[in-house]
Design a protein around this ligand. Structure first.
Ligand SMILES: [Zn+2]
Length: 144
């Protein structure tokens, strides 16, 4: 059986490629007012323009706020661990955009507002066909 990797949601990310290409977060930029959004959309929330272009968002940011969840995520998550407990947070991207995504770190003592975060991808759960559902996550930057 072949296990495919599928995105959690359409228009959210470009998955990492087998040839080592990095995955990215996808979004939209409004051609009228310049507002940027995480996850591709058809209509600008700020000015209702429909002249949006797809963009790739930065893969690094800083932690703006976070919390730790001790209950399972909503469907399509089908359990079991390792997703509980999990950290989740708002990460501020250089584009001036806040994105709300799970974190690789769930220990609040290892998380700090303002710390540098790097985008990564992980298996969230599997769908009914056994495919891995991939989710974007932010990881605290490793010290060099
Ligand atoms: Zn707009």
């Amino acid at each position: 059986m072949t296990i495919a990797q599928v995105s959690l949601r359409d228009g959210m990310m470009k998955l990492p490629g087998e040839a080592g290409e990095k995955g990215t977060l996808l979004g939209s930029r409004c051609g009228n007012c310049g507002e940027r959004f995480f996850v591709i959309r058809e209509i600008c929330e700020s000015c209702q323009s429909t002249s949006l272009e797809d963009i790739q968002l930065s893969a690094t940011g800083s932690l703006y706020a976070f919390s730790v969840m001790y209950y399972p995520p909503p469907p399509p998550y089908r359990g079991p661990d390792p997703f509980v407990p999990f950290g989740i947070g708002w990460v501020e991207l250089p584009e001036g955009l806040l994105v709300y995504l799970p974190l690789t770190e769930s220990n609040p003592r290892k998380l700090q507002v303002g710390m540098k975060m790097d985008l990564t991808f992980g298996v969230f759960t599997e769908d009914e066909q056994g495919n891995d559902i991939i989710v974007p996550l932010f990881a605290p930057r490793q010290e060099e």
